[in-house]
Design a protein around this ligand. Sequence first.
Ligand code: GAP
Length: 457
Amino acid sequence: MTEPTTNRVEMEKIVSLSRRRGFIFPSSEIYGGLSSCWDYGPLGVELKRNVKQAWWQAVVQQRGDIVGLDASILMNPKVWEASGHLEGFSDPLVECLNCQRRWRDDQLEGDKCPSCGGQLTGSRQFNLMFKTFMGPVEDEAGVVYLRPETAQGMFVNFQNVLDTTRKKLPFGIAQIGKAFRNEITTGNFIFRSREFEIMEVEFFVKPGTDEKWLDYWLEERLNWHMGLGIKRENLRLREHGKEELAHYARRCFDIDFLFPMGWSELEGIANRGDFDLIQHAKYSGKDLTYFDEEAKEHITPYVIEPALGVDRAVLAFLCDAYHEEPDKDETRVVLRLHPDLAPFKATVLPLSRREPLLKAAKDICSDLRRCWMVGYDDAQSIGRRYRRQDEIGTPFCITFDFQSLDDNQITIRERDSMNQIRVPIAELQQTLTAKLSGEDFFVLPEGGQVWKMEKEA
Ligand code: GAP
């Protein structure tokens, strides 16, 4: 978190764009908000769904060796005893004797309060799990916890999944879901919040092959981020030192991203060894071994775990995609989001609000909506409408003009280059399919032509 901050978007710009365009709002804003909780607005919810879909596709749908799971958030409290979270999932907490603000001791640079310079108390361990009660009586017997990670749902279902799928090692279980941590220090927008979503794979392997699989997952996960457009120079791998390792980890790497506040963890990839299965076998009394047909013996698999926060990924994609460019006397703000992630894949714009342009444009829009999230905008000048779509990352704008009435062609404008082509309406769906999957913009369908509109503004 300490390296210089050059060529990076400021967090305020991302927060402001998110608020202004309806990506992310403060939670319960009309009541003054709730510290470090956030609501995803109409565009944010699409972006977030697309991030989760891209991850699910890569780790479940496009592979044969990982299956999905959706475990409940509330679990038997014994789970957290066995996993070590009750004992060890804590951060060192200090409090200012002057202003009473609380800080994480391991994140402080000096021994004074960063806010008022006051003296700090000694450090004590603060458990990060949220507690609540199950049933009508609020006593110790009813205590349950909001899960701080989804991983344990996968470990406690290890035998269920094995029995029902008959998977052979190596195989994995994947899950996306909410997690809750009563973080001492939050901030940096959605980077660290108390309620967030997490996407985790528990990949079970034969002991002895774990280091090889750890390398495999490091590469796989880096490629996933880059495949969705994150620039290589904004990513780095960092191995945890011994003193930093979580209680369950043998080795762990962070994929760091160059966030506005500096290099910070985006995703963690850990070798958890056999810690979790051994612990749950011990606390539950159940057999959580795997029968190795080759060696004819029962073994406890090791686990490689890539774990990525959905909200942190959304923030990284927004920061990486944000660009400002000179545009006549103004500045063009463009979100260069990968088409798979963009909230709208295209937006249809009638050049004028006059009929029959409106009806024709709306008909095209309805047709396209059968395949994709497609926007429609007929307010203000065409130039302003293009800028609005640039700012929310829409890869293509489709303009229906007066000439379209005669020649049955529409203009497609590409977000990043602002280049335009003109294609027959009958070819639109096919053309859009090809362009969204990365085909060169100037490959034209039959009857298509490179086009230049008179003016955008
Ligand atoms: N099961 C392993 C695990 O939970 P972690 O490193 O504590 O590992 C995994 O969390 C990922 O979850 C992090 O890399 C980060 O992307 C995200 N994450 C963790 N705490 C978060 C928080 N308070 N707010 C948002 N995202 C968080």
